[in-house]
Design a protein around this ligand. Structure first.
Ligand SMILES: *[C@@H]1O[C@H](CO)[C@@H](O)[C@H](O)[C@H]1NC(C)=O
Length: 572
């Protein structure tokens, strides 16, 4: 505070007599008071703005509710009509419709439990790119489906910037792309006109700050269309949630984070030397105005990000990796603000909610039993696009080492095979496949390696039934859906000792391993050997399958609803 005497204030105090020392004191008191009051002023301004928004949008809210109620009525009328038509057909003749009757009966008895879950408020999802059809969108739609099933009276609203797409088209795409069927009457799309503010191209400089500022503009846009009862961001726009909290303290906010906005690696490069200025590991980076400015910018941004992150009521992440990073960024401030107090068991209240993987289909398609052991061959399966980071080289080398040792020992007659399945997207992929074939030739394993390019799903399923071991050679893969699929199919995984496969997927079940981790070619070769000579492979397969269950759609829904419960509890 000593340095706040600056410019005109200092000059005037120096130039005048002792009577003006009162003036200085008054000035400092004023500065201190303003400083102390600033948070209150800030909050007051926020809630006034929020109050104004609520008034202004009340009409829109009412008309949305009315539209939804009308839609629901006509939807049910339509359903009744269809059911009646079916009944007509039934009475007309054939009675081979027993299954349908049964299905309807169970469906209606399910509806009878509605009473326990009758929350009928509005939950809105901030997802400006909702029609993109990627993994992030699968999470959004699965979350909405779970919410609709649990609270049939709840209204789901999605704020999106996809102007050109109508609701029916979006829902149809969700059905085709993800096989997710949503209940149309209680879902609405509200269209944002400010999406360009979050495009990286809008902010060639200070992109992080620019996009975050843009997301606040977009949040204002969204909230002036409708003020919801619960506000959830599923795209990583933490600042939108922070802004909502400023306007409406009483509206619970939730975030599903795929990836932190600022990485802890970036921040780590600030830490050691920032105070001394010019010493330490990253001395080079801070030298010069530019470096120092950049450092200050990141630090300021990280502080703002943490402050916003600590205002969010319920935080979920898509993996342990993301959880660890978000915890490092937001955790300390969240703990200070008492958010972590709501945590149940662990030292963090940030939940890991894995995105849903289609595990059930594989469980259905691939048998894992004593009988199916006879079908399994000594096949190592590696399903991956032929991209450089998938590290097929390493796997070929490891496989060659493994075969060589095995032949030297010469006790076994049957030769294991390595089967590489992958899609080839372009010329550079084809070239890579060619080089891999050359390498296999050089390593003398040409006849022991099979390439299957662009294999159709039924063929892949067939390999998942025949193979014993599933391989993944990529370093630091964030997750690895393919490895989950190996496990669901009962394959014993041999994966790179890093990233999601190591942290999240190939972990122990009941204190027993479900697969092997390896880093070097020799380690992989060893792991292949062990995986193919297990005394009781079936037990491993069963554990692997159990392990995959953590990533089913059902598991996602269960965890999502847990977090929704926490959000709704805040409403009371
Ligand atoms: C989480 O999201 C990031 C960013 O989209 C992605 O790279 C990662 O694979 C995701 N993790 C899971 C478990 O899907």
């Amino acid at each position: 505070m000593e340095r706040s005497c600056s410019g005109a204030a200092c000059d005037s105090s120096r130039g005048s007599s002792s009577s003006s020392s009162h003036g200085v004191a008054a000035f400092f008191t004023a500065v201190l008071l303003t400083g102390a009051l600033l948070p209150y002023i800030w909050r007051m301004a926020g809630s006034t703005l929020g109050w104004y928004l609520r008034q202004r949008t009340e009409g829109q809210r009412q008309s949305l509710l009315e539209t939804m109620a009308a839609d629901e009525k006509s939807f049910q009328a339509q359903q009744r009509q269809q059911a009646a038509k079916k009944d007509e057909k039934k009475t007309e003749g054939s009675d081979d419709d027993w299954e349908n009757v049964e299905a309807e009966a169970t469906a209606s008895s399910g509806n009878g439990e509605k009473g326990v879950s009758d929350w009928d408020g509005i939950v809105s999802f901030f997802h400006p790119f909702c029609n993109a059809g990627g993994g992030g969108e699968r999470v959004l739609w699965a979350a909405i489906r779970a919410t609709q099933q649990r609270w049939p009276e709840a209204k789901c609203v999605v704020y999106t910037g996809d102007h050109d797409v109508h609701k029916d088209a979006i829902l149809a795409r969700v059905r085709d792309r993800f096989n997710i069927h949503l209940h149309p009457p209680t879902i609405a799309f509200l269209y944002l006109s400010t999406r360009r503010w979050v495009l990286a191209s809008t902010w060639p400089h200070f992109t992080l700050a620019g996009q975050s500022f843009g997301s606040i503009i977009m949040a204002w846009d969204a909230l002036s269309l409708l003020v919801p009862d619960v506000f959830i961001d599923t795209m990583g726009y933490a600042f939108a949630l922070g802004f909502s909290k400023l306007l409406f303290r009483s509206i619970p906010t939730g975030a599903y984070v795929h990836y932190p906005t600022i990485s802890t690696d970036m921040l780590a490069s600030l830490n050691p030397s920032s105070e001394v200025g010019g010493q330490g590991v990253n001395a080079g980076q801070g030298v010069g105005m530019r470096g120092r400015a950049k450092r200050a910018y990141w630090q300021a941004f990280a502080w703002l990000y943490a402050s916003v992150g600590s205002s969010i009521d319920v935080v979920m992440t898509n993996s342990s990796w993301t959880q660890a990073h978000v915890q490092a960024l937001w955790g300390p401030l969240r703990a200070k603000k008492g958010k972590a107090a709501t945590a149940q068991k662990t030292d963090t209240d940030i939940a890991v909610v894995y995105p849903p993987v289609a595990v059930s289909e594989l469980e259905h398609e691939v048998e894992v039993s004593a009988a199916s052991e006879a079908v399994r061959e000594k096949v190592l399966l590696y399903i991956a696009q032929f991209r450089p980071e998938k590290n097929h080289h390493l796997i070929l080398q490891a496989f060659a080492t493994f075969l060589k040792k095995r032949r030297e020992q010469a006790q076994q007659t049957d030769t294991p095979r390595l089967v590489l399945i992958g899609s080839v997207r372009d010329d550079s992929d084809s070239k890579r496949v060619y080089q891999l074939r050359l390498l296999a030739n050089e390593l003398n394993i040409r006849d022991d390696v099979e390439f299957h390019l662009d294999a159709p799903w039924p063929a892949i399923l067939q390999w998942l039934r025949r193979a014993s071991v599933g391989v993944n050679g990529m370093w630091n893969e964030h997750f690895g859906i393919g490895v989950v699929e190996y496990q669901a199919a009962g394959l014993i995984a041999v994966v790179h000792d890093s990233g999601g496969p190591q942290l999240d997927i190939v972990t122990q079940i009941d204190g027993q391993p479900t697969g092997f981790h390896a880093t070097t070619a020799d380690e992989f070769a060893d792991a292949f050997d062990q995986a193919l000579s297990l005394p009781d492979p079936l037990a491993w397969r069963e554990r692997a399958r159990l392990s995959a269950k953590r990533f089913t759609e059902e598991e996602f829904e269960r965890k999502w609803l847990e977090q929704m419960d926490r959000l709704l509890a805040l409403l009371k």
